[in-house]
Ligand binder design. Structure first.
Ligand SMILES: Nc1ncnc2c1ncn2[C@@H]1O[C@H](COP(=O)(O)OP(=O)(O)O)[C@@H](O)[C@H]1O
Ligand SMILES: N[C@@H](CCOP(=O)(O)O)C(=O)O
Length: 310
């Protein structure tokens, strides 16, 4: 017999930061909130404009992931009242699916009496998402650098350097991660491999030591952004010129279409925002601009009572 209710708040994330493809993620103070309550019959309620088109039946990703936690723990799949609200724009490269997966795993794990550790939940989230970057950031907050092994996801978590924030331009159109991964090659030259290893190494070092002047060089990428340029009008110009308008470095956020530019929060950002918006507008793309402040906490359990009983 089970009863209980759990509410979790999960941050958005940007993945890759240029060359750290499927490796580096960073969390932002933009959240999905999920409440799970054990019930007699499943009901899924979606709140706010960001969730339009998301199924409100048992095919919902959050419901499916939550029930998998119970099943993996050897418990019967429960009926649930699921409440979802989100400030994270959907299918835009800000990790909405990762936040949904992490939220469902953490909330269900609480309801089920915590059968799994946070590290185990990270493994489960990575399996579901297919890569560890966004889910790592949503789970642990800050910056997560991770690699995937068969039964483990070794990672390093870094605090975000002081004063580092981001400006995001979020195009009105959606671009699914699947579509944006399908344009990538399956083989790379040794030159591209060396470029990626060196840039990712320097990028992680720059973030770890707070040496933000290295970001512009270290964020140069040859693994995914060049192939995604045709999917995101204006991307190439922003990547090439954002530094001329005050950016520390710029990247496609995750699989896109959002583009982020890192800034020092003590500097004026209006010229950079205007440049990014103007560039997209020049390609006929309307966008929303957001100032993204890092989240250091990762997923938060806001309210919880009871769990498995009897
Ligand atoms: N809050 C949510 N509830 C249920 N499903 C969600 C939620 N957020 C995202 N998803 C699922 O994830 C998909 C978007 O994932 P993806 O293409 O990887 O883009 P993103 O960059 O936003 O993660 C949505 O189409 C939906 O199926
Ligand atoms: N490393 C992945 C990241 C996808 O992030 P999303 O926020 O677009 O889901 C990739 O670049 O494909």
């Amino acid at each position: 017999m089970q009863n209980g209710k759990v509410k979790v708040k999960v941050p958005a994330s940007t993945a890759n930061l240029g060359p750290g493809f499927d490796t580096i993620g960073m969390a932002f103070q933009l959240y999905t909130t999920i409440t799970l309550e054990l019930a007699e019959e499943t009901t899924i309620r979606l709140h706010g404009p960001n969730l339009s088109g998301i199924p409100a039946d048992k095919s919902n990703l959050i419901y499916k992931v939550a029930t998998e936690v119970f099943e993996k723990a050897g418990l019967a799949a429960p009926e649930l009242v699921v409440e979802i609200a989100s400030d994270i724009p959907l299918t835009r490269g800000l990790g909405s699916s990762a936040s949904a997966i992490v939220g469902a795993l953490v909330a269900a794990n609480e309801l089920a009496g915590r059968p799994f550790t946070k590290e185990h939940l990270y493994m489960m989230a990575t399996e579901r998402e297919g890569h560890p970057d966004n889910v790592g950031a949503s789970l642990f907050g800050g910056i997560v650098v991770a690699l995937m092994e068969r039964e483990n996801v070794p990672y390093v978590r870094l605090n975000v350097p002081k004063h580092l924030e981001a400006i995001a331009v979020i195009p009105e159109f959606m671009l699914s991660t699947e579509k944006s991964r399908n344009v990538l090659p399956s083989m790379y030259s040794r030159q591209d491999v060396v470029h990626t290893v060196s840039h990712t190494g320097v990028l992680v070092g720059a973030l770890a030591t707070g040496n933000l002047s290295l970001l512009k060089s270290a964020m140069q990428d040859v693994v995914h952004q060049p192939y995604r340029v045709p999917l995101v009008p204006g991307l190439e110009k922003i990547l090439n010129e954002a530094h001329l308008h005050g950016a520390l470095g710029a990247a496609l956020s995750g699989a896109g279409p959002t583009i982020i530019a890192f800034i020092d929060n003590r500097m004026p950002v209006a010229p950079l925002e205007a440049f990014m918006v103007r560039t997209l507008a020049g390609h006929g793309v309307d966008c929303t601009v957001m100032r993204l402040v890092p989240d250091e906490a990762g997923v938060q359990i806001e309210h919880c009572f009871s769990g498995v009983t009897g």
